[in-house]
Design a binder for this molecule. Sequence first.
Ligand code: NAD
Ligand code: TDX
Length: 339
Amino acid sequence: MKILVTGGAGFIGSNFIFYMLKEHPEDSIICLDALTYAGNLSTLKPVLDDPRFRFVKADICDREKVYDLFESEKPDYVVHFAAESHVDRSIDDPGIFVKTNVLGTQVLIDACVKYGIKRFHHVSTDEVYGDLPLDRPDMFFVETLPLKASSPYSASKASSDLLVMSYHRTFGLDATLSRCSNNYGPYQFPEKMIPLMIANAMADKPLPVYGEGINVRDWLYVEDHCRAIDLILRKGRSGEVYNIGGHNEMRNIDIVKLICAELGKPESLITFVKDRKGHDMRYAIDPAKIHNELGWLPQTMFRDGIKKTIRWYLDNRSWWEEIVNGDYKEYYQKMYGNR
Ligand code: NAD
Ligand code: TDX
């Protein structure tokens, strides 16, 4: 099958492309990506010469270009990762989140309806459910919960979820939707918590923990997320939402301490800074549906995945050093300079 992957020069999208080309030699992939600050063509270097792969630089909001691409390539399936993805940036400047995540998604699903795509898979997030209290470990996110976003980022993702489902019902679009918990692994942009802490620790810089560091996230190794999407794309039921997560809840502070220990750095680098506005307390996914219907289970335990991830950042310094020495410096100063 021919799959159009949007946002494939970013963290999860690139890992998905590697996964699919490895697991499905018969498939071909076209990656559409605008190469924003978060997209990096060098990430895709290992597949750029693969005859089953083609990269196209385009903005999902550019209707004409998107339609031209659908017309010329006639993809069977679309897997939609492209988005503005960082909560802190959405608090600083919400506009681009509405444009890319909501309007960009609309352009894509319009194209899918117009050109009769077999299936559109929308990659969403557990953040659309809002958050859970710390003192209710019995509570989990299930697919039937109402949406209750906290940040402009999660509100824009929730809006796109609703739009996709409305196209399924109204226009008969074959659509599936997944809501995954926090991912970690190779090629994650260093603005996100885990790679930021690894990069700072390696440079003996302060490790900025928001608030008291007691917020809980449910971490999943990126390849497990990719495998879940592949399964949903092939075997999931149209019009259904699937939660993805591996019951791996951890407090931020414990992860940062673990990174210090793995890298042999002192915990004195940890610096508690001003909390994120509207900071969600706890995310925790109930993955029973994808397990029962599609047999999915995570394969990488956190203790192994975090070691592999740290190893990757140690072995691929040039990938992230190029980023942190570029425009990112300005971003870092703005976000953390007076925090
Ligand atoms: P990322 O920020 O690393 O990558 C986003 C990619 O999208 C980049 O390559 C960027 O260039 C591209 N992009 C942005 N705007 C675009 C536009 N207008 N047109 C075309 N391309 C554009 O993001 P990520 O962490 O890989 O997340 C991918 C998807 O997964 C997002 O939809 C996100 O909401 C979702 N998600 C992420 C996580 C996580 O933990 N990172 C968890 C659950 C869901
Ligand atoms: O410097 C930091 N210090 C800190 O304490 C950063 C960047 C984050 N944090 C905290 C905030 C969160 O509680 O760490 C936790 C994780 O933060 P992020 O890596 O920014 O992830 P989060 O806000 O949980 O959102 C992520 O998971 C869901 C992704 O960025 C989203 O794209 C995805 O939808």
